[in-house]
Design a protein. Sequence first.
Length: 401
Amino acid sequence: MTKPRTGPLTDLRVLDISTVLAGPTTCQVLADYGADVIKIEHPTRADALRGHGAQIDGEGLWWKVVARNKRCIGLYLGSPEGAEIFEKLVPTADVVVENFRPGTLERWGLGYDRLAEINPGIVLCRITGFGQDGPYADRPAFGTLIEAMSGFAHMTGEVDRPPTLPPFGLADSIAGLVGVSAVMMALHHRDRTGVGQQIDLSILEPLTSALGPHIITYDQTGHVQSRSGNRSSNNAPRNTYLTSDQHWVVVSSSAESIARRAMELVGRSDLTDEPWFGTGAGRAEHAEEIDEAMGQWIGRLDLETVVAEFAAAEVALAPVYDVAGYVADPQVEARGAVVRVDDQSLGTVAMQNVLFKMSETPGVIRHTGRSLGADTDALLHGELEISHEQLDELRQDGVIA
């Protein structure tokens, strides 16, 4: 049985007409915190995310997560009948999230001007690779291209190896989370003025912002940050090290005090007397020497001992987990960061919990991602009062699923 909607956003309705991956992520977070998210897909060409990743009996496991808490209907917006039905939903909604190529909604007669005419308070969040304008606006773009163009790939990987791309949707995920902030800001403005607005969110710009000060550094010094493996140009020790029982661990020491305790722990307190040790950049320049000391000490001990010794010395260290390690970690378990959720076809499944805890209006996972069109009849008949006979005709014509 589906749990009732709870959280701070139960008064919001979101029409999610986006596909892989940033837009659906924005809508997932809004749904997790109570928004009534209606996922609208093409009746025969559903969101491609359904087919991404591992499958069980033809059902995508990734879909179970990203489409969780959403009601799913099949509706072809490009048909006059589908556009008309969508226009009936717009007055009931607060937000529309889309990621079609610029001009697509306008071609269907569903651009922002039309949506605002129907509902002046509507917030239209448009998420594309390069934004709504500029010479690249019409180019197809996926997160992989953005990870390359942003500078991320150029600065990721080993010094003497090719640029490295992430094995997951990094750019899309960051843009999706940024989309939540953008939507909430627009709604805050609407609550004060009664007027909605368009949001033009490029996937490229959030990832570039997440990379830190590389642009201002280039502007002021001409320095182009390149690949440095697991080392940092800002501090040391900062690397991966192998224990005697063949487990990788990571050490980070952004503060000088932590770096000092690290060197004392591994028996090289003499390095802390060097004039270069007092700055992060100075330590980074001597990373070879620091890493050798750190690696030799850690390499003589097993993981359990290393973790205990570093914790006692108050030096930042963590194991390099695979997913099995993460799920089994006592901190993850204590926080409820992974939860089990009922699924109609798979019984119960484990997935990441909601993003953050709220003392008064916590989010909750009510159900996993549904099948295409699972809620079409309930929504269109129950709310828009379209007769079952009309629904049958629309389904035969390929307008709904």
